[in-house]
Design a protein around this ligand. Structure first.
Ligand code: G6P
Length: 476
């Protein structure tokens, strides 16, 4: 394709807006995903001539790439032009599982148990070469798809090297990089080998602008640049902050469709009534079963609540939706098993014939999640570290009668929502139990008022605005 025929706006991310499975008949079934980028892109309208470049994640995706050459059928994508890259499965696994999820994710969320891990040996160096090849495949595809002077928005830790590589291929482009994760402080980022640390920072600085969800993560990035690359790099205007809010319009409409109403009735039935006949209270959490989400300590805090405040026994249910994530990684499988074990232990210790203290569900269902959001008396969002955390923002938006939010001070969302939340240190199990008690005890009018204030702040930066602001900042 000649450069002049290319797209004016490009987005690049590991996970694209659609995924495929191959049915027994051989038919390909497309499943569209959601998220900030999908709603963000819709703000520029269908005529904007945008292309989304993403990787094939599964065998189904790779089959779709084989059948289409990578330019996906727009009937599958909701009209969005998508180029899916069929990267060699071995290279992909090294880049995604090995480097992105086992190293970069761990560094930025500070998840290592440092006496044993990490140890960057030859295996890591081999995987790093795959990470470079994977980033190069994105740079090449973007260079092919972009019109002269186009704007390219590269997403997240999977693609830290792509901006510099793309700059080398196409100096005419305006390139932005956006991190959806926290950024590690220099002392922790310094776990990485020096040459790797320098490549990662230099890769992102190949963009005209590096942007983050909060000031805290942006400052940590700048601090790492100073520590690794020297003072004065980067200049202030090249580092930006764009908070991402909940999509109120979409959520409110979606949360009142019949399938959500049906789930609401099912959940109410499951949760049942306290001995005095009043409906039981609910503490709701919805997460991927992700190490950084701190689900186990959340369960332990709930157990501590039941132990120390017996008045809540039989009067409250912890509704925990923990959806499978990154199951190719052994630590995620082990964590998933631990979540189950602890939930079962609480149920067998405290449960009665007509009260199940923890309702743990692991099968992903968006309509059921929204039903839980609507009915939550308390939302528990206690991550160890989190770039933003959209659940904290979504629950107050769809809540039927207002919910109290127990929120980790280590979530990016805390910068915006802290004032009206009950703040917790995610490691402090006893403190989190006390916060749950405070949230459950909050008088209904106060809870409703705080929930309204939370919803207003949570929707102040809708995904469309988030996306347009980044484009505007690149133009400037
Ligand atoms: C985080 C990352 C995203 C990622 C998502 C789900 O939010 O910032 O880039 O897509 O987790 O993780 P997964 O590995 O399933 O794509």
């Amino acid at each position: 394709m000649a450069v002049t025929e290319g797209a004016r706006i490009l987005v690049a991310s590991n996970r694209g807006p659609v995924s495929y499975t191959v049915e027994e008949s051989g038919a390909l079934v497309a499943r569209r995903g959601g998220g900030g980028l999908v709603s963000g892109l819709s703000a520029i309208g269908p005529d904007a001539d945008a292309v989304w470049v993403c990787a094939a994640l599964s065998e189904g995706d790779r089959e779709a790439v084989r059948r289409t050459g990578g330019a996906l059928d727009t009937a599958d994508t909701g009209g969005q032009r998508v180029r899916m890259l069929g990267i060699d499965p071995g290279v992909y696994a090294d880049a995604y599982n090995g480097v992105a999820n086992s190293v970069l994710w761990f560094v930025h969320h500070m998840l290592y148990q440092t006496p044993l891990e990490p140890a960057f040996g030859r295996e890591f160096r081999r995987q790093w070469a795959s990470y470079e090849a994977y980033n190069q495949a994105f740079a090449k595809a973007l260079a092919e798809e972009a019109a002269q002077g186009a704007a390219v928005l590269v997403q997240d830790y999977h693609l830290a090297l792509t901006p510099r590589m793309l700059r080398g291929l196409r100096p005419d482009l305006r390139i932005g990089h956006f991190s959806h994760t926290p950024w590690a402080p220099p002392e922790y980022f310094g776990l990485l080998p020096d040459d790797i640390a320098a490549q990662l920072l230099g890769g992102i600085l190949g963009a005209d602008r590096a942007a983050f969800l909060t000031r805290r993560w942006a400052d940590a990035f700048t601090d790492c640049c100073h520590a690794v690359l020297g003072p004065g790099i980067p200049s202030g205007e090249r580092v930006g902050v764009h908070g991402l809010g909940a999509d109120a319009e979409f959520l409110r409409e979606r949360a009142h469709r019949p399938d959500v109403d049906e789930w609401l009735a099912v959940l109410r039935e499951q949760i049942g009534s306290a001995p005095d006949g009043t409906p039981r209270r609910t503490i709701v959490r919805v997460d991927r079963t992700e190490l950084s989400k701190n689900i186990v300590r959340g369960l332990l805090a709930y157990e501590e609540l039941l132990r120390s405040r017996p008045e809540w026994r039989e009067r409250v249910v912890h509704v925990a939706f923990a959806y499978p994530s990154r199951q190719d990684l052994a630590v995620y499988r082990a964590y998933t098993a631990e979540v189950r074990r602890v939930a079962e232990e609480i149920n067998s210790r405290y449960g009665t014939p007509d009260w199940t203290p923890v309702e743990l569900h692991v099968k992903d269902d968006f309509a059921r999640s929204l039903a839980a959001y609507r009915m939550a008396d308390v939302a528990l969002v206690n991550p160890i570290r989190d770039g933003m955390n959209l659940v904290a923002k979504e629950v107050p938006v769809v809540s039927d009668e207002g919910c109290a939010l127990v929120l980790s001070r280590e979530a990016g969302a805390h910068e915006e929502l802290g004032e009206d939340a009950v703040t917790v240190n995610p490691y402090d199990v006893v403190g989190t139990a006390a916060a749950l008690h405070e949230a459950l005890s909050m008088p209904a009018p106060e809870r409703a008022e705080r929930s309204k204030a939370l919803a207003a702040r949570a929707t102040a930066l809708p995904p469309g605005q988030w996306f347009l602001d980044q484009l505007a900042a690149l133009e400037a």
